[in-house]
Design a protein around this ligand. Structure first.
Ligand code: NAG
Ligand code: NAG
Ligand code: NAG
Ligand code: NAG
Ligand code: NAG
Ligand code: NAG
Ligand code: NAG
Ligand code: NAG
Length: 830
């Protein structure tokens, strides 16, 4: 048997040795879609991996070191459709390298320094539609062996060293070819004969990109009679003059779309004047695009050869001095992007259907335009201010269906779209809307489907703000606010609404009926508000609700009894990022969360916010058992507390009785110091001093009395004195009953202790002396004493000679009872 350490000791060097043998990475290709898509980018591969399934359709081998592609290199992958071999250092591609790839539609060879390309390199490949051979050291199309690729639609040979625009004869075998990208090559001159193949066969529908070639000459008439779908010539001419003559050389071309200009404003073409585009009068163009010229273009006359163009797009041009366009132009679409207009262009274009003016300089002020055919208007991202939006008068059109005024400045609403009833799409987001909540702004828009007023500083006060929007399907109003932060009933009549975004609206509450008419609503976004509870009743009527987003609120829990009212159509409920209270009080809500795990988005991400010891813990890990347990704990502690307090009360109440009990044990056998302890009211002290003390202590035999004014030890609590000195050290207790005695709570207390004492010491030790006729009513209050006096004999003080004599005789007799024998005592015994 081998020990693990020995095993490791032999295995590790072995593995190191193996990895030296095969320098390729051990990392496997990434499986993007099992059996279909594999991504082996940058894995240090020196050969094509053989451990991938033969069903692979998409294979990315870019950034490896394949270097040499032999024949049938990919025979393991007969199903391949997309093969990316970008930057694989491939220098040699042999005959039949891609043979058997009958389904391959895209082959990317970008960035390979190909030195040897066999004539049969691309043989096979009957389905290839797109071939990208950018940066592959290609010097000519003539020798490029692709003439048999009948399915080819797109050929990209940009960034090579091709110096001739001669389209080879085999192009007539490529009936489907549509895109030819020759940008960034070395083409200088274009001659009539180069386009022979296009002259010969006009059925090709080709888009050609010749950007970034140093073109200096185009032979006039070489394009005559040719039809191209698109011709792009950006950054192709070194100077204005060359451009002018070359454009003249294009005479006779029929092109669907012509693209001129530069890339970014990196070169300054001087003298770009109205003659620059003169040559375009000899072309038939449908769409024209011009981009990135530094030059300030002052004069709309520049475009005089483009009056019959249907669409014109001007991007990043210096049009700051241009005043506008007048009806001479028959354009149907005009796009002006980032053109630095200093003031809103005057537009009077009767055929214009689509107008886009975006990303202009900030600070434009909208001016009325006359565009009676306009259907689509995009004025976004201009920092535009607009006083008095919007009605027919602003655009002189009643055909408008799309209006985008987003990302602008202050837009003052003063009209409710009168004459623009056809609007279907309206976007104001991130503009500063004024007066939008003062009246029913959208009243005329009965055809509007899409409305975006997100982040428009709108504070909804007027409840009729959305009146009239009966067809609305999408309403986005995130980032606004409502009066008192309560969502009022503003969505009446919107029976077709499917999407409602109310996120980030500072909402704290939602009124009950607010969603009652929204029976088609599928998505409701309430996230990023300040809702405190998950109030479900308002959502009850949303029979089609699919997604409800209540994330990023301050929801603590929901009202438990309502949970059953959730619309049954709901499939996503997002409650993440709230302030859930994981306490037993919300036990049934927390249980509901567990039960609805399927419905809740990222249920495991729902975290407790309180109590403190549960903060950050997933709601799902709340145990309802702890509630059960804590109930028991609470129950037990309540009982314990009760018992303890009862005991404490009892101890407090009978503290002295207990002290008595403790003392009794100690003193039961000891000698008594006193014959009697006298309990009396201080009001009767005179009698005690003058009669009782005199007669008993100075008589024969003398008795020792315990009197608190005399015998109590100073500095000790009276109560302890009573017990320690009084009861414990006395044989008997004399109770001097009088009206004062009965009225004094202290005396009664002493008397009660005396009773306990008598009970504990189990001897008849209490002698009652009734000093005067006591009031019956007072006596009755002391029930026990009353009964006792009734049942037992007591001594009654009578202030007469005979009465006194009998009194003292009886008292002495009672005191003598149980007195131990002593010499003193015999003397006076009667
Ligand atoms: C991938 O192919 C293998 C073999 O053909 C097969 O067993 C497996 O089920 C496939 N996996 C998937 C996810 O289709
Ligand atoms: C023109 O191209 C079509 C389709 O590619 C082809 O059928 C036809 O023979 C070609 N005509 C000439 C004159 O080459
Ligand atoms: C020509 O090709 C473009 C795509 O490049 C396509 O949109 C257009 O419909 C085609 N035109 C014809 C007539 O086939
Ligand atoms: C525009 O078309 C009209 C008639 O269709 C024609 O007379 C005019 O010359 C054309 N303009 C240009 C610049 O091609
Ligand atoms: C609401 O949508 C339905 C079906 O899409 C449509 O038939 C109906 O006309 C629409 N209602 C309104 C007021 O637009
Ligand atoms: C709700 O709006 C927030 C931002 O306001 C966004 O992040 C979230 O994706 C939206 N929710 C849904 C379901 O679209
Ligand atoms: C809530 O979940 C939904 C559905 O997964 C998601 O679209 C939405 O973006 C989430 N909300 C936020 C604010 O992330
Ligand atoms: C505790 O959870 C269980 C299921 O996990 C449930 O059956 C039981 O009713 C819950 N108890 C209370 C008191 O909610």
């Amino acid at each position: 048997m081998m020990f693990p350490s020995h095993l490791a000791g032999t295995l590790i060097p072995a593995m190191a040795f193996l990895s030296c043998l095969r320098p390729e990475s051990w990392e496997p290709c990434m499986e993007v879609v099992p059996n279909i898509t594999y991504q082996c980018m940058d894995l240090n591969l020196y050969k094509i991996p053989d451990n991938l399934p033969s069903s692979t359709k998409n294979l990315d081998l870019s950034f490896n070191h394949l270097r040499h592609l032999g024949s049938h290199s990919f025979s393991n992958f007969p199903e391949l459709q997309v093969l990316d071999l970008s930057r694989c250092e491939i220098q040699v591609i042999e005959d039949d390298a891609y043979q058997s790839l009958n389904h391959l539609s895209t082959l990317i060879l970008t960035g390979n320094p190909i030195q040897s390309l066999a004539l049969g390199a691309f043989s096979g490949l009957p389905s290839l539609q797109k071939l990208v051979a950018v940066e592959t050291n290609l010097i000519s199309l003539e020798n490029f062996p692709i003439g048999h690729l009948k399915s080819l639609k797109e050929l990209n040979v940009a960034h090579n060293f091709i110096h001739s625009f001669k389209l080879p004869g085999y192009f007539s075998n490529l009936p489907k070819l549509e895109h030819l990208d020759l940008s960034k090559n070395n083409i200088q001159n274009i001659y009539h004969k180069d386009l022979h193949i296009l002259h010969q066969n006009s059925s090709l529908n080709l888009s050609v990109d010749l950007s970034m070639n140093p073109i200096v000459f185009i032979q006039p008439g070489s394009f005559k009679g040719i039809r191209l779908h698109e011709l792009t010539l950006r950054s192709s001419f070194d100077s204005m003059n060359i451009m002018k003559t070359c454009i003249q050389g294009l005479a006779g071309l029929e092109v669907h779309r012509l693209v001129l200009g530069e890339f970014r404003n990196e070169r300054n073409m001087n003298d770009f004047d109205k003659s620059a585009l003169e040559g375009l009068c000899n072309l038939v163009i449908e769409e024209f695009s011009l981009a990135n010229l530094e030059e300030s273009l002052k004069d709309a006359e520049l475009f005089h050869c483009l009056t019959n163009v249907s669409a014109i797009s001007l991007v990043s041009l210096g049009l700051y001095h241009l005043k506008g366009f007048h009806n001479k132009y028959g354009w149907r679409s005009l796009e002006l992007v980032n053109c630095e207009f200093e003031q809103f262009p005057t537009l009077e274009l009767f055929s214009l259907e689509r107008f886009i003016l975006t990303e202009n300089k900030d600070g434009l002020t909208f001016a009325e335009v006359t565009l009676p055919s306009l259907e689509y208007l995009d004025l976004s991202k201009n920092g535009l201010s607009f006083k008095g939006c919007c009605s027919y008068d602003d655009f002189s059109t009643n055909r408008l269906t799309h209006l985008d005024l987003s990302f602008n400045g202050v837009i003052i609403m003063s009209s409710n779209f009168l004459g623009l009833e056809g609007l279907q799409h309206l976007d104001f987001r991130h503009s500063n809307l004024k007066q939008a909540s003062d009246f029913s702004v959208f009243l005329s828009l009965k055809n509007l489907r899409y409305l975006d007023i997100s982040y428009t500083h709108t504070r909804v006060v007027f409840h009729g703000i959305f009146a009239g929007l009966v067809s609305l399907e999408i309403l986005k109003m995130a980032g606004n606010s409502f009066q008192d932060n309560v969502l009022p009933d503003v969505f009446k009549e919107m029976n077709n609404l499917t999407f409602l975004d109310l996120s980030a609206c500072q909402l704290e509450q939602v009124t009950q009926e607010v969603f009652n008419s929204l029976s088609s609503l599928r998505l409701l976004n309430m996230s990023h508000n300040n809702l405190l509870t998950l109030d479900i009743l308002p959502y009850k009527s949303l029979q089609s609700l699919h997604v409800l987003d209540c994330s990023f609120n301050r929801i603590v829990a929901s009202k438990n009894q309502e949970l059953q009212y959730f619309p049954s159509s709901l499939t996503f409920l997002n409650l993440t990022q709230n302030d859930f209270a994981c306490v037993c009080e919300h036990q049934s809500f927390l249980q509901w969360v567990k039960d609805q795990r399927q419905l809740l988005v990222e249920a495991e991400q729902m975290l407790c916010a309180s109590p403190l010891d549960m903060r950050g813990i997933p709601v799902l890990s709340f145990r309802n058992a702890t509630c059960q347990m804590s109930k028991t704990i609470i129950g037990v502690s309540v009982v314990t507390l009760l018992v303890v307090s009862v005991v404490l009360v009892l101890v407090y109440k009978f503290y002295f009785h207990l002290m008595l009990l403790a003392g009794c044990k100690k003193h039961s056998r000891g000698e008594s110091t006193y014959d009697a302890f006298v309990i009396y009211s201080s009001q009767d002290e005179d009698w005690v001093r003058n009669e009782l003390v005199k007669n008993l202590e100075e008589g024969v035999p003398p008795f020792r009395l315990c009197l608190h004014y005399r015998d109590f030890i100073p500095g000790v609590a009276i109560a302890s004195n009573i017990i320690q000195e009084g009861f414990h050290k006395s044989r008997k207790v004399i109770v001097v009953v009088s009206n004062h005695f009965l009225q004094s709570r202290w005396c009664i207390f002493e008397y009660e202790i005396a009773q306990t004492w008598q009970f504990l010491s189990s001897r008849a030790g209490i002698i009652f002396i009734v000093l005067q006729k006591v009031e019956k009513s007072l006596l009755r209050q002391q029930v026990e004493l009353y009964c006792l006096l009734k049942r037992n004999t007591y001594l009654e003080w009578e202030d007469s000679v005979l009465g006194r004599h009998i009194f003292w005789r009886r008292l002495r007799k009672a005191l003598l009872d149980g007195k131990p024998w002593s010499p003193e005592g015999t003397e006076g015994a009667e």
